[in-house]
Design a protein. Structure first.
Length: 250
């Protein structure tokens, strides 16, 4: 498994890189890839999302310079911002015999174990996907399966920033709040993005029976793995990103 740190990156560029890597993995490549990153401010809407969960108009989003991407992943609306850890596993589903719920459950467990490293007890709520601390959601999961290879993934709130969350109903869940690792971790723990990445990578590798990988940077990954590419429709058109998938799960 390769692990790639894309740094802080706009959504369209990251989606372009992820899609190119996915297409290679679905074709001639047999190595899974995990991208870790932070996004510049953005909202994304999954296939079950709708305008009922937006608390502002799209014109108001444009005025605030917050893009809205419509995606083929599972789930409703979520946000990304600097200070939130995002992880996109591009993985072949053959090792799970196509069992998508099992794959999502493993991703939830990676977050729960990462939280435990900072003295926080994460939990599942049966009717929702993702991870909660008490009644508040701290991590969301939205997956697309296309050509038996995964796309999209996890968003994990590390540093507190509520500005984007005021623009929509997170994941369409109206009776729960959101929270952040730096808010709920026990005293004595130092929360930095680097320490969270290290913990997350360790638990991710263990969960999938892999060696803990060294992180590559974006330039090295593009030079070594991706051919010089053409801009995809997803990067060029944020309002409609991605092909029709063969299966979707949240």
């Amino acid at each position: 498994m390769k692990a790639v740190d894309l740094g802080i990156i706009d959504y369209g560029t990251a989606l372009n890189i992820q899609t190119r890597a996915h297409d290679l993995r679905a074709g001639s490549r047999d190595e899974d890839i995990l991208f870790v990153l932070e996004h510049e401010p953005v909202l994304t809407m999954g296939r079950r999302g709708g305008h009922d969960d937006l608390l502002v108009t799209e014109a108001e989003l444009a005025q605030k310079e917050v893009p809205l991407y419509r995606l083929n992943r599972g789930g409703k609306i979520t946000c990304h911002y600097p200070g939130q850890l995002v992880a996109y596993p591009v993985m072949g589903m053959e090792r799970f015999q196509g069992d998508v719920p099992r794959f999502v459950t493993i991703l939830e467990e990676v977050i729960i174990q990462t939280l435990a490293d900072f003295g926080v007890q994460g939990r599942r709520i049966p009717e929702y996907r993702g991870v909660f601390v008490g009644a508040d959601k701290i991590a969301s999961i939205g997956i697309e399966i296309r050509d038996r290879v995964t796309l999209h993934g996890i968003s994990f709130n590390v540093h507190e920033d509520l500005r984007l969350y005021r623009l929509f109903v997170p994941c369409g869940i109206r009776d729960k709040g959101v929270t952040f690792l730096e808010k709920v971790c026990r005293s004595g723990f130092v929360v930095s993005m680097e320490s969270v990445k290290k913990s997350f990578l360790t638990h991710f590798a263990r969960a999938f029976n892999e060696e803990v990988p060294d992180l590559m940077d974006r330039d090295a990954f593009e030079q070594q793995y991706l051919a010089s590419g053409v801009q995809t429709d997803a990067e060029a058109n944020p309002r409609s990103a991605g092909k029709v998938s063969d299966r979707v799960w949240i």
